[in-house]
Write a protein that binds this ligand. Structure first.
Ligand SMILES: Nc1ncnc2c1ncn2[C@@H]1O[C@H](COP(=O)(O)OP(=O)(O)OP(=O)(O)O)[C@@H](O)[C@H]1O
Ligand SMILES: [Mg+2]
Length: 396
C-alpha cells in the first residue's frame, strides 16, 4: 500500500492526473513542498498548467520553460523549512520543440530550415499532440540531466493526460507510418512536380502560398531526424514504465470527476501503469461532518437541561458588554434558534457525509491506496496554503 510518505521518499517520478479542476496542480505543488521540506531531496515540480496563482504561491511572478529554484526566503512565514531543494517550471511547448530540433538536427542548415519552416511553426504552436510529446520529452530531459531526485509532473485534465502518456508510442508510429513514407519516398522536388501546375496553384490559393512546398520540405527534413527521435521516444516510454514512476489520480467526491478518475485508472491499467495512490480532494472536514455536529448539538442540549448553569450563563450574557442589555426571553429564543440551525445543518452534513463515504468506497476501489484531503478554509494562494495541503495529504 503506497502512502504519500512512501511516494515522497522514493526517487523517481510522480505523475499526477485527474479530471479538470479537481486540484491536480495544487496537489503536485503541495507534494513538491512536502518532499522538499520532509526530505533532503532535490525536487522539481513540472507543470503543464500556466496557473498564475500557483506560480505566485511559489513566490514566482510567473512560470517559464526554465527551471527556477524556490528560495528559502519563501518559507520565512512558514512553520516548516526547506531541507532539500525545490524547483518549478512550466512546460513551454514552443521553446522545448526548438531545443529538441536543435539537438536532433544533423547539421546547422537542416536545423535552420526546420525552425524557419512555416508548417513547423504552426505545428509547434497549435498542433495539440505536439504538446503531448514535448511534455514527456521535457520530463525526460529534466530526469536525465541528473539534477533532481524526485520530479512531480502535473498533467492536463483527464483524457488529455492519456494522450501525453501515449505520445512516445505515437511518435514511433508516426515515423514508421505509411503516410510519412509516402510523403518522403520521392524527394520533395518530385512531390512538388507531382503537384504541378493546376493543382499546385489551387493548393496555393486554398492553403496559402508555399504551404505545400513547406509540407514536403518539413517531412523530408523531419525524416533526417528519425533515428534520434525514435530512440528518444523509446527511452521516454521506458522511463514511464520504470517501477520508480508512480501515478497519483486526484478526484473530488462528485459523480462526474469520480467517473473520470475511474476511467483514467482503468486506462492506465490497460497501458500497464498502476494507480499507486488515489487522492480524494476537497472532502468535508471531519469536524464539520454530520456525526460530529450531531454530537455537539446533543451535548449542548444536555448542558441546557442544567438550569443552574443556564441561569449562570444568562446572567453572564445579559451583562452589558456581551449583549447590550438583551433580556432573558430574547436570549433564550436566540439560543433555541441557534440550536435549531445547528441541528438542521447537522442533518444536511450527515446526509452529505453518508453520500461521501459511499463515494470514498469507489475511490478506494480504483487504486492500491487512497487518502482523503479536506477542503481547506481558504483557496491555496501562498506557501502556507501549499504546506497545509501537503500536511493533509501526508496524514490523510
Ligand atoms: N483541498 C483544497 N482546499 C481548498 N481549495 C482547494 C483544495 N484543492 C484545490 N483547491 C482550489 O481549487 C482550485 C482548483 O485547483 P487546481 O488549479 O489545483 O485544479 P486543477 O485540477 O489543476 O485544475 P485544471 O484541470 O484546470 O488544471 C484552486 O482555486 C485551488 O486553490
Ligand atoms: Mg491544473
Amino acid at each position: 500500500m503506497t502512502t504519500v510518505a512512501d511516494l515522497i521518499q522514493r526517487d523517481g517520478l510522480i505523475v499526477v492526473c485527474g479530471s479538470g479542476g479537481v486540484g491536480k496542480t495544487s496537489v503536485s505543488a503541495a507534494l513538491g513542498v512536502l518532499a522538499a521540506t520532509q526530505t533532503e531531496k532535490r525536487v522539481l515540480v513540472l507543470t503543464v498548467d500556466p496557473a498564475k496563482r500557483l506560480a505566485n504561491a511559489l513566490g514566482l511572478s510567473e512560470f517559464g520553460n526554465a527551471e527556477v529554484q524556490i528560495t528559502r526566503d519563501l518559507f520565512k512565514t512558514s512553520k516548516t523549512k526547506l531541507r532539500g531543494s525545490l524547483a518549478a517550471a512550466m512546460i513551454d511547448t514552443k521553446a522545448s520543440w526548438d531545443e529538441l530540433i536543435t539537438r536532433h538536427a544533423p547539421d546547422e542548415a537542416t536545423r535552420n530550415s526546420v525552425l524557419q519552416n512555416s508548417l513547423y511553426k504552426n505545428l509547434t504552436e497549435r498542433f495539440v499532440h505536439s504538446h503531448d510529446y514535448i511534455a514527456i520529452e521535457r520530463l525526460y530531459q529534466a530526469h536525465s540531466c541528473g539534477a533532481y531526485d524526485l520530479i512531480i509532473v502535473d498533467t492536463p485534465p483527464s483524457r488529455n493526460a492519456l494522450t501525453v502518456l501515449d505520445a512516445p508510442k505515437r511518435m514511433q508510429d508516426f515515423f514508421s507510418s505509411r503516410l510519412l513514407k509516402l510523403l518522403t519516398a520521392n524527394s520533395q522536388w518530385q512531390l512538388l512536380a507531382l503537384a504541378a501546375k493546376p493543382f499546385y496553384e489551387i493548393a496555393d490559393r486554398l492553403l496559402g502560398k508555399g504551404l505545400l512546398r513547406d509540407v514536403a520540405e518539413f517531412f523530408t527534413l523531419f525524416r533526417t531526424m528519425e533515428t534520434g527521435f525514435v530512440e528518444r521516444a523509446k527511452k521516454v516510454e521506458a522511463l514511464l514504465h520504470d517501477p520508480k514512476t508512480s501515478f497519483a489520480v486526484v478526484t473530488t467526491l462528485e459523480d462526474a470527476p469520480l467517473s473520470e478518475a475511474e476511467f483514467l485508472s482503468a486506462a492506465l491499467k490497460e497501458r500497464k501503469f498502476s494507480t499507486n495512490l488515489a487522492i480524494a480532494n476537497r472532502v468535508i472536514p471531519k469536524e464539520l461532518q454530520g456525526d460530529a455536529l450531531v454530537q455537539q448539538v446533543q451535548d449542548l442540549n444536555k448542558l441546557l437541561q442544567d438550569t443552574a448553569l443556564v441561569s449562570e450563563l444568562t446572567d453572564l450574557l445579559s451583562k452589558e458588554e456581551f449583549s447590550a442589555g438583551i433580556d432573558d426571553q430574547s436570549l433564550s429564543k436566540l439560543v433555541t434558534q441557534t440550536l435549531a440551525t445547528i441541528e438542521n445543518y447537522a442533518q444536511v452534513t450527515t446526509q452529505i457525509s453518508v453520500m461521501q463515504s459511499a463515494l470514498l468506497d469507489r475511490v478506494a476501489g480504483f487504486a492500491d491506496n487512497f487518502v482523503a484531503v479536506p477542503m481547506l478554509e481558504t483557496d491555496i494562494a501562498d506557501i502556507n496554503g501549499l504546506v497545509a495541503l501537503g500536511e493533509n495529504l501526508n496524514i490523510g
